[in-house]
Design a protein around this ligand. Sequence first.
Ligand code: CTP
Length: 399
Amino acid sequence: MNLQGKEIVIGITGGIAAYKSAEIVSRLRRLGANVHVIMTRNATEFITPLTFQTLSANQVVTDTFQAPEYWQVEHVALAKLADLFLVAPATANILAKMACGIADDMLSTTLLATKAPIFAAPAMNTGMWTAEATQQNVAILKARGVHMIGPDSGRLACGDDGAGRMSEPADIVKEIVLFFDKAEDMKGMKVLVTAGATRERLDPVRFMTNDSSGKMGIAIAEAALRRGAEVTLVHGAVTKAIPGGIRTVPVESTQDLYDAMIREAPEQDVVIQAAAPADYRFRDRQNSKMKKTAEKEITLVLTENPDVAAAVGERKKPGQTLVGFAAETDDLEANAEKKLKKKHLDLIVANDVTKPGAGFNTETNIATLIWENGREEQPLQQKSELAEKILDKVMELRG
Ligand code: CTP
């Protein structure tokens, strides 16, 4: 793989690991990337801009001699140019500034302005890394899609032993290459994702729904888009904004979802059903608001909704890959396997929704991926990371 034509901006902050970034720059250059370096004032205390200017063959941007008026304009150019932004080493300070949106120097200003994917390789003392503030900042950044590389554990410059050492330059470059590699692997594919909760109306002002936030489905749609697919998102109620570039089909009830899927699914290469459709609806939907009566108890009758995933499974086209989810509280794997077979799925993502950090309305998830001939445990991770793992598995199963 080469990085020919890729514009990579590297932000270097003030840590002893800054010297290792020289190797990152030279490795990226050897792979064909055009590298632009921004150094914070503190970084220039550890290593000179001249080193990076020589290795990158580009002017290095520093704040040392440049007034704020300069970077107010200049940051826009690099922010727009970047195909990928790497911060290495990333100190606790820059992570905190990124998490809060602080823009008080060239690097933080450019980071705030860029729309490019951001990677950060933290490097700091173990105490600073494990501090609650840093961990919360990292969680915020991950939830926003920032890719964290490392840190590794080992002996640190300060003499401590523990987590906080910047990942090796070779590993950092490998992650970047992998990112660009993956970026293209779904090109030309049509991917349909479902997300969110359905609403089953009782009357014009009341409905029955569930806790699904749509975050998992949106994360998958976003990942598929980034990997080059043409993405359709059929969604019920969601709590998160849907990024641009994704074709959206809003639905309300399970019946609406069913109608949309029967129409849309046949022309898709991959269908991933992360929505939480209600299994039942009110049998007697009222056209006027139900009035309170003198009765102490009333009975509302529920009637079965269609199983959308099973219907899509029955109509499965040759070459299509179908993925479902299973939200379980008991017998996770056995129940998920039953659903895999019953709904003619190629892959099922089983969630034990009783585990903290898994399931509905969280930023994270814990899952077991189950397919005909295997299974894979996915530990607690951001939904955006799990989305990539699901797509990796889909691509692997498609061969
Ligand atoms: N699903 C569906 N239509 C339904 C219910 C579920 O398409 N009426 C889909 C979900 O999108 C998910 C999968 O089927 O991909 C499993 O959903 P889940 O709620 O775990 O399972 P159910 O089949 O509804 O079974 P149960 O509620 O009994 O666990």
